[in-house]
Design a protein around this ligand. Structure first.
Ligand SMILES: *[C@@H]1O[C@H](CO)[C@@H](O)[C@H](O)[C@H]1NC(C)=O
Ligand SMILES: *[C@@H]1O[C@H](CO)[C@@H](O)[C@H](O)[C@H]1NC(C)=O
Ligand SMILES: *[C@@H]1O[C@H](CO)[C@@H](O)[C@H](O)[C@H]1NC(C)=O
Ligand SMILES: *[C@@H]1O[C@H](CO)[C@@H](O)[C@H](O)[C@H]1NC(C)=O
Length: 961
C-alpha cells in the first residue's frame, strides 16, 4: 500500500531541517533545493495515489509505476539517512577527540542534545556531503521522470475535485432478518433483550444508549436485528426506527430517516430537527443507529439533544460500531456490549446452511469442519465461504478451497475483507503503516506493546515520546488499533491495567497479509522454492523465516531482494552462524531479530549495516560477546539481549551508540558489569537491569547513571566492594522518572557504607509506585520510604535481619510481598507498626489502611504470626487492613496458624500453598476450617506450585528464570 507509506515519508521530509556549519554552504543549498523539489513532486503525485492504488489491481502497468515510485521513495529515505549517519559519526569522532565528556559537563550537554532531538535528517555541511549530494540529485531526476510518466495513466486527482476515486461500497443495512440463517448468539440476544425490556418498563428513567462494539463481520448488525424484531421488544415501544448511518455521519439524513414518512424537503438542519422532535414527541422509541463511524462529539450532540428532550422515558438507542471511540464519545462505555467470536459449531451451522441448502450435509462433512476453522469465529467468513461452496460438487474443488490461502479466494476478498477495508481506510496513514507491519509476525502471535512500538519506530513510522510535536507516538497508534478492534485478547498490566499485549484475529491477519503480500513475506523452512515466494521475492522488504533448522542463515535469502530488506526476523529457528558476505548484502536493514537462535558469534561486518535501528538477540544462550563494530551503528535505538545467559560483557565502545534508547539485558547471568561508557548514553530511556560495581576505572558505577534520562522501570544490582554512599548519591536517582525500582544488594560485600546508608542514598523519584528491596542487611528501613506518597507495591526479600520493618506505617501500600526472609521466626505486632499489644491507644487507628493483597513466600523458619488482642474486642477502636482482599502464603512450612484479625478483614481469597502445618491446622472437615470457610469465599489450600503475582515478579524475576 504505497499511499500510506508515501504520506508518512512526506511528513518526515517536510520536517527536515537544514543547518549550516563551517562553509560548504553552496552544497547544502543545492541539496536543500533538491530535497524540496523532490518533496514537492511527491506531494503532487500523492494526490493521485488513491486512484492509482485502486487501478493497480487490474492494471499491471499502473502497478509497475507504483512500485517504481515506492522504490525511489525508499531510496531517498536511505540516502538521507546515510547522510544523517555521517553527521552522527562526525559528532562521535569529535567527542572522542575532545575526550571524556563527563569531564566537561556543560559542553557535553550541548553536544548530546543534537541526536536526541532529531528524528530525521538535519543537514550539516560535513564529510561526505560531496558524495551524497549527487545521489540526491539523481533521485530527484528519477522522480521527475515518474512524475511525467503519470500523465500516461490519466489518474483522477483528489485535488482537482473531480469525482472521488471509488471507495469500497458501504453496504446498506435494514432491520429485516431471515432467522433461518442465523445460528448462535442466543445468550447475547437474551441479555440484550432483557436490558431493553427492563429499561423500557422502568418508570422515570431517561434515554438509554447501548453501543454494540466489535470487528467488521462479527455480527453486530445481526444481533441488533434479532433484538429489534423480537416480539417481546416490539410490544414495548411505540416507535421503532432503524437507521443505517455509515460514513459520513449526516445529521440531516439521519433525522429525516427518523421522521420516516413524508420527510421535509428542506435541508435546513434546524427545521429538520424540529420536525424530527415532533415525530417522536412523548413517544417511547427504540432507535437503531447501525454502523456509526464518527467520533466527532459536535455532530452527535446536535442529534442527541432533541432525542433526549422529546422522547418518552424508557426510550433506547442501540448503536452498532466497530470503534470504541464512538462509545467513548457517546459516554456510554458502561453499557457497552462487546461482541466476541462465534464458536466453531455455530460457524459450521452457518457454513452448512449456506453451502448445502437442501443437499446432503454429510457429503463433505469433515472438510467442512476444516474449512470452518479458517473462519476463526467470524460469522461473515463462514457465510461467505459457505456460499462459495454452494455449487461445488467435486471433492477436488473442496480440497482446493481447503488448501488455499484464504485471501486467494476472490469471494473472500470481496466479501470478508470488505468490512475490514472500510475500517482500514478510516485510519490515518501512519496507523496504516503500523498495522501493516504486523504482517511480519506469524498468526496468533502475542504482540507486546513496547516491542511493537519500538519496531514501528525502527521503520520510522512513529516517533518517540519526547518528540510529540513532530508526529504520532507509538502509544497513540497502539491505542488506536485497540480501539478499532484490530487487536484483541488483551493482556493487561497487573498494576496499572494498561494493555501491554494483544493478539490479532486470524482473519485480520489474513487481511494485512493480503494488503502487504508484495512487501512482507513469511517463509517456512521447505517453502523457499514455492512459486508464491518466488513471485513476490523481488519486492519483499520485510522477511520472516520460520522453522529453519540448525545451520547457517540460509543463503537463498540473497535471492529475495536482499539489498532492499528492511526487516529480517526469525521465529522458531536454530540459526547458528551468519556468513559475512550475506550480512553485507543486507545494507538497508533497520530491524534484525535473531532471538532464540543458538548463534555463537555475530560477524563483525554487522557494523556496515548503518541503517540498523533495532537488534534483538535475546535468548541466544551461546553468544559470549558482541563484535565491537556494533558500536559504529549510530542509528541503533534498541538493543535486546534478554536471556543471553552466556554473554559476559558488552562492547567497550558502547558509548558511541548515541541514539540508543532501549537496552535490555535482563537474565544475562554472566553479565556482571557494564563498560563505563554506558554513562555517556544520554538518549537512554530504558535500561531494565543495571549491574553496578567492579573495577572502578573500567566498569560502570552507580554514579554513572547520573547522565541517563531513564524512565519506567529499573533494577539496580550493586556489586563488588567499590560502592560507597557518596558514589551512590552521584546517581541522583530522585531525578529519574522511574515508576518501578528494584534494588538488589546481593553482591554488595565489604562495602564501606552499610546497606541502609546505601539505600538512603538511593532516594527515588517521588512518583515511584513500585519498589523492591532485596538482600538488604539491616533492621532499619531507608529514610525516604515514608515520604513516597505514590508507593503502592512493595517487595522486601532476602534480608537476613530478624526484625521486620513496621510496614503498617506505610499508609499508601496496596500490595505487599515478603520473600524469603529466613531469619524471621515470628511476625509480631511491630510489623503492623504497633510498639506492643497496647500501644494502639495512642496511635492512629488505621493500620495498613489501603492494603489489598498480602503475600509471604518461602519464609522457611517462620512459625508464629501474632494477633492483636484489642482488635478482637467488639468495641475496638482500631481497624487493621480494612481493604484486604487477598492473602497468599507459599512455602512457609512451619507457620502454625493465621492471626484472628485476618478474619475480621474483607478477605475474599486465601491461597495457601506448600505450608504443611497450616494445611493441617485448616484441614478439610476440621472445626478451624469451618470457621474460616464461613468468612472467606475463596479458599485454596494445596501442596502444588505457587504463582507469584506479576506485580512482585517484576522485582523477583531475576531469581526465577
Ligand atoms: C432487570 O431488572 C431487575 C429488577 O430491577 C434486575 O434484578 C435485573 O438484574 C435486571 N436485568 C438486567 C438484565 O438488567
Ligand atoms: C456457481 O454459482 C454462481 C452464481 O451463484 C455462478 O456465477 C457460477 O458460475 C457457478 N459456478 C459453477 C461452477 O457452476
Ligand atoms: C523477535 O523474535 C522473537 C521470536 O523469535 C519474538 O518472540 C520477539 O517478540 C521478536 N522481537 C521483536 C522485538 O520483534
Ligand atoms: C555457554 O556456552 C558453553 C559453550 O561455550 C555451553 O556449553 C553452555 O551450555 C552455555 N551455557 C548456556 C547457559 O547455554
Amino acid at each position: 500500500m504505497a499511499g500510506a507509506l508515501i504520506s508518512v515519508l512526506l511528513e518526515r521530509l517536510a520536517s527536515t531541517t537544514y543547518e549550516y556549519i563551517e562553509g560548504g554552504v553552496k552544497l547544502v543549498l543545492n541539496v536543500k533545493e533538491d530535497v524540496e523539489e523532490f518533496t514537492g513532486t511527491l506531494q503532487v503525485i500523492q494526490a493521485v495515489l488513491e486512484d492509482a492504488e485502486q487501478r493497480q489491481v487490474t492494471d499491471q502497468a499502473v502497478k509497475i509505476w507504483l512500485d517504481k515510485l515506492k522504490d525511489i521513495s525508499y531510496q531517498m529515505v536511505d540516502v538521507l539517512d546515510e547522510w544523517n549517519t555521517n553527521i552522527l559519526k562526525q559528532q562521535v569522532e569529535k567527542q572522542e577527540r575532545e575526550g571524556d565528556p563527563n569531564a566537561h559537563v556543560t559542553k557535553k550537554v550541548r553536544f548530546f542534545s543534537f541526536p536526541r532531538f532529531s528524528s530525521f535528517p538535519r543537514f550539516f555541511c560535513v564529510g561526505k556531503v560531496s558524495d551524497i549530494a549527487p545521489k540526491i540529485k539523481d533521485l530527484n531526476d528519477k522522480l521527475t521522470e515518474i512524475y511525467e510518466e503519470r500523465k500516461k495513466y490519466q489518474f483522477l486527482s483528489k485535488e482537482l475535485g473531480i469525482q472521488q476515486p471509488q471507495q469500497p461500497q458501504r453496504p446498506q443495512t435494514a432491520s429485516f432478518v431471515d432467522i433461518s440463517g442465523i445460528f448462535g448468539r442466543e445468550n447475547e440476544k437474551e441479555v440484550l433483550i432483557k436490558i431493553l425490556w427492563n429499561h423500557s418498563s422502568a418508570e422515570g428513567k431517561g434515554l438509554l444508549i447501548i453501543p454494540i462494539v466489535g470487528m467488521g463481520g462479527i455480527g453486530k448488525t445481526t444481533l441488533t436485528q434479532l433484538a429489534y424484531n423480537d416480539d417481546r421488544v416490539k410490544t414495548r415501544f411505540e416507535l421503532r426506527k432503524w437507521v443505517c448511518v455509515s460514513d459520513p455521519f449526516d445529521e440531516i439524513k439521519i433525522a429525516k430517516a427518523i421522521i420516516g414518512e413524508k420527510p421535509p424537503k428542506s435541508n435546513e438542519l434546524d427545521y429538520v430537527l424540529e420536525r424530527m422532535s415532533t415525530s417522536i414527541k412523548n413517544k417511547k422509541f427504540l432507535l437503531v443507529l447501525d454502523d456509526v463511524w464518527t467520533d466527532d462529539p459536535k455532530k452527535w450532540e446536535q442529534l442527541r439533544v432533541p432525542l433526549i428532550q422529546n422522547g418518552a422515558k424508557g426510550s433506547i438507542i442501540l448503536v452498532t460500531t466497530r470503534k470504541h471511540e464512538v462509545a467513548d464519545m457517546m459516554r456510554t462505555t458502561r453499557n457497552m456490549i462487546n461482541l466476541g467470536e462465534l464458536n466453531d459449531e455455530c460457524c459450521l451451522s452457518i457454513f452448512n446452511h449456506m453451502a448445502f441448502w437442501d443437499r446432503d450435509v454429510h457429503e463433505f462433512g469433515d472438510i467442512s469442519k476444516e474449512i470452518v476453522k479458517k473462519c476463526k469465529g467470524l460469522p461473515l467468513a463462514a457465510k461467505t465461504l459457505g456460499s462459495l461452496m454452494q455449487n461445488k460438487t467435486k471433492m477436488g474443488e473442496w480440497k482446493e478451497v481447503l488448501h488455499s490461502k484464504i485471501w486467494d479466494l476472490e469471494k473472500v476478498e470481496q466479501e470478508v475483507f470488505q468490512p475490514l477495508f472500510l475500517s482500514y481506510n478510516d485510519l490515518a496513514p501512519t496507523i496504516k503503516c503500523c498495522l501493516l507491519y504486523c504482517a511480519t509476525f506469524p498468526k496468533d502471535y502475542e504482540f507486546e506493546r513496547d516491542d511493537l512500538i519500538q519496531l514501528w519506530m525502527a521503520q520510522d513510522y512513529v516517533i518517540s515520546k519526547g518528540n510529540k510535536e513532530k508526529g504520532t507516538t507509538g502509544d497513540a497508534v497502539f491505542d488506536n488499533l485497540v480501539a478499532r478492534s484490530f487487536f484483541q485478547d488483551f493482556k493487561k498490566d497487573c498494576d496499572t491495567g494498561t494493555i501491554i499485549g494483544c493478539k490479532m484475529h486470524d482473519i485480520v491477519h489474513d487481511f494485512v497479509q493480503f494488503l502487504t503480500k508484495n512487501e512482507c513475506l513469511i517463509i517456512d523452512h521447505g517453502e523457499e522454492t514455492t512459486s508464491e515466494s518466488k513471485v513476490f521475492g523481488d519486492k519483499v522488504r520485510h522477511l520472516t523465516l520460520r522453522y529453519f533448522p540448525e545451520g547457517p542463515l540460509p543463503l537463498f535469502i540473497s535471492s529475495y531482494n536482499c539489498k532492499n530488506l528492511r526487516t529480517l526476523a526469525t521465529f522458531d529457528s536454530r540459526i547458528t552462524t551468519i556468513k559475512p558476505n550475506l550480512i553485507l548484502q543486507l545494507k538497508c536493514l533497520r530491524t534484525l531479530n535473531l532471538s532464540f537462535n543458538p548463534i555463537e558469534e555475530l560477524p563483525k561486518e554487522i557494523g556496515e549495516l548503518i541503517h540498523l535501528r533495532h537488534i534483538d538477540l535475546s535468548f541466544n544462550c551461546i553468544l559470549k560477546i558482541l563484535p565491537d563494530t556494533i558500536c559504529g551503528l549510530y542509528n541503533l535505538s534498541t538493543l535486546r539481549l534478554v536471556g543471553c545467559s552466556n554473554l559476559t560483557k558488552l562492547p567497550e565502545n558502547m558509548g558511541n551508540l548515541i541514539n540508543l534508547k532501549h537496552l535490555y539485558v535482563e537474565c544475562c547471568g554472566f553479565l556482571e558489569s557494564f563498560p563505563k561508557v554506558i554513562g555517556r548514553l544520554t538518549s537512554l530511556q530504558t535500561l531494565d537491569v543495571c549491574p553496578c560495581g567492579g573495577d572502578k576505572d573500567e566498569a560502570f558505577q552507580i554514579g554513572d547513571l547520573r547522565n541517563l534520562n531513564l524512565e519506567g522501570s529499573l533494577q539496580i544490582r550493586l556489586q563488588g566492594d567499590a560502592t560507597d554512599k557518596s558514589e551512590v548519591e552521584k546517581a541522583q536517582l530522585w531525578d529519574k522518572k522511574l515508576f518501578t525500582l528494584t534494588v538488589d544488594l546481593e553482591g554488595q560485600t565489604n562495602s564501606s557504607s552499610s546497606s541502609v546508608e546505601i539505600l538512603n542514598a538511593l532516594r527515588p523519584h517521588p512518583d515511584l509506585e513500585s519498589l523492591g528491596i532485596l538482600w538488604h542487611i539491616g533492621t532499619t528501613w531507608p529514610n525516604w520510604i515514608q515520604s513516597l506518597h505514590n508507593l503502592k507495591f512493595l517487595t522486601v526479600g532476602w534480608g537476613t535481619s530478624c526484625e521486620l520493618w513496621p510496614l503498617g506505617k506505610l499508609e499508601h501500600i496496596e500490595r505487599l510481598a515478603l520473600y524469603r526472609m529466613e531469619a524471621v521466626k515470628k511476625v509480631g505486632v511491630e510489623f503492623l507498626g504497633l510498639e506492643d499489644q497496647t500501644s494502639f491507644r495512642i496511635r492512629s487507628p488505621q493500620i495498613f489502611p489501603k492494603l489489598k493483597q498480602l503475600c509471604f513466600y518461602n519464609m522457611s523458619n517462620w512459625e508464629e504470626w501474632e494477633g492483636v488482642e484489642e482488635w478482637t474486642k467488639e468495641d475496638s477502636k482500631i481497624t487493621i487492613m480494612p481493604d484486604l482482599s487477598e492473602l497468599r502464603i507459599g512455602g512457609c512450612k512451619l507457620l502454625k496458624a493465621l492471626p484472628d484479625f485476618i478474619f475480621k478483614t474483607q478477605l475474599r481469597t486465601l491461597d495457601i500453598t506448600k505450608c504443611r502445618r497450616l494445611a493441617e491446622h485448616y484441614e478439610e472437615g476440621s472445626g478451624e476450617r469451618a470457621k474460616i470457610s464461613a468468612k472467606i469465599p475463596n479458599i485454596r489450600i494445596s501442596s502444588g506450585t505457587y504463582d507469584i503475582p506479576g506485580a512482585f515478579m517484576k522485582h523477583l524475576s531475576r531469581w526465577h528464570v
